[in-house]
Structures are given as C-alpha cells and as structure tokens.
Ligand binder design. Sequence first.
Ligand code: SF4
Length: 325
Amino acid sequence: MAAEALLEVKNLVKHFPITQGIIFSKKVGAVQAVDDVSFTVNKGETLGLVGESGCGKSTTGRVILRLIEATSGEVRFEGRNILTLNAKEMRELRKDMQIIFQDPYASLNPRMTVGDIIAEPLKIHGLAKGKERQKRVQELLEVVGLASYHARRYPHEFSGGQRQRIGIARALAVRPKLIICDEPVSALDVSIQAQVINLLQDLQKEFGLTYLFIAHDLSVVKHISDRVAVMYLGKIVELADKYELFDNAQHPYTQALLSAIPVPDPHYKRERTILQGDVPSPINPPSGCRFHTRCPKVMDICKVQVPESVEVSPNHWVACHLVRK
Ligand code: SF4
C-alpha cells in the first residue's frame, strides 16, 4: 500500500531581509535561511531532518507551523496549503500540529504550575473544562512517565529530562496528528536522551503520531527515524530511507557527517572526513553547490552550477554533480 502524505513541503523559501537606515530603512540583503526545500512526511512515520547549526532546519520547522511566515512555497497539511489560511482557520489547525522545543528550561513558564502548563492548550482550544480538564492533565502526566501529584509543582522542581516530559505532555494534550520535535534531546545528558527518544517512540505507536524530528547529529536520528533528510546551508542535499542513508550515503556532506559518528568497536577503524572551516554565512552563500567551499571532492562545475536533486535509486535523492540519474 502506498504511503499517505500528511505533510508536503514544496519549494519552501524563507529569506530574512537585512535592512539599513533608521528612518528610511531599505533592504540591503537577505539571510537565505531556507532555500527551495521540498519533502513529504507520511502518516505515522518519523522524518529526521539533520544538519549543523545554522543550516536552516529549525527555521524550516517554525515556518511549517507558521510561527514564522514563509517567503514563498507551499506547506500542505492533509492536502490543504496552510500558508494561505486566515488567522481563525490557522488557530483551528494548530491543535493538529504541535511542537516540542529544544530547551525544556526556556519553553515552560516558570510562574505556572505544571498542571496549568499542560491544561493551557486544552483551555485555548476549548477541549475540556473543570474536573474533566484536571483528569486529562493527570492522565497526560502518567502517559509521559510522571505522577499525577506533579501537577501542583513548578518547572524548577524538575530535572531536564522531566521538563522535556512536561513539554511532551503539553504537546500531546490537544491530540495532535503531527509533532515537530525541534532538537528535543540536544540539551539533555546522553542517558536521558535515550529515555526521551524511547518515550517519543512509544507515544508514536500508542497515538499514531507523525514526527518531523530535527537534530544536528545523525546518531540521534538513527534510532527514531524512518527516513532522513540532510540539510546544508538552507538546502536539502540528500534524502533517503534510514538504512539506505546510513549504508549508502552518496553526498560528500552526508558522508562526512557519518564519518564523525563514533564506532563502538575498538578494532574497527573508520576513515574520518574532517570538514574544513565553518558553515559559510547564509547572507552570501557560495555560488553553485553551497557545499563547494568545504567539499573534499569539489570540481570546477560545482562552483558555478547548482546541482539538481536526482533520484539515484527508489526514494533516494541526492543533490551533487558526482551522481547521475
Ligand atoms: Fe562536492 Fe561538487 Fe557534489 Fe557539491 S556538487 S557536494 S561541491 S562534489
């Protein structure tokens, strides 16, 4: 049976204008944070979106939810282009699309009890009142592995992993279809990361959730993702099924990211590709292939021509002049 798309992102662009002058400010450039990005997330799957900091992955997540407005492109949720919805239509849709933020310390209001934090989306969307709302909060706390009496406590009384569980309970409160997990484990200790990832997987099975899982580290998305998209400086450079990507990466950037993952076997020596320099500025990205200033396999054509994304094998897309259709 063919997979059914829940979210379709088509040619999405987000440029932040740079202006100069105080009274008559004029546009002098743009930060090209997201540039012509397309991908699909199917119902019930997890798509990992990976890249170094500043590659545009978190901006992509925020533009999909319209926390930031897109410059152009389409975001289709269940077939509807949500970038054209008015404020009321968007408010109704928000309960289907939730986000879990990277920093569980900053994303919870320190003046609210945990019970009020989790109840807030239920209140905003008019989903439960009084005793029923309280009961729902208690159920949600238990679902994420906390206790119902935690509802009376404040965020500062919890550890980082527990706070992320509170963030997950808040996102689940409105029974969403899609959750954008924006680096949900990056701020946590490695042992706690595994617990939160396992919890997200259990919840996905129980509630039929679909995830867009954003991370800067391929080893984090390996466990949870069905497919993985690799992003570099505002563009998707490779997208494939998880096993295909880990066993047969074709793009030099993906290969470099994979070579950086530590191998637990001391007898196995993997050749490591060290990328030179930092990610260039998205204000004035390199011409042609944006990776050409750091690519160990750069050719003359790479400096002048943008590589098209081609399907090298079924559902494996690569944007690099080294690959052919
Ligand atoms: Fe490297 Fe050229 Fe491929 Fe870009 S297009 S990744 S510079 S080989």
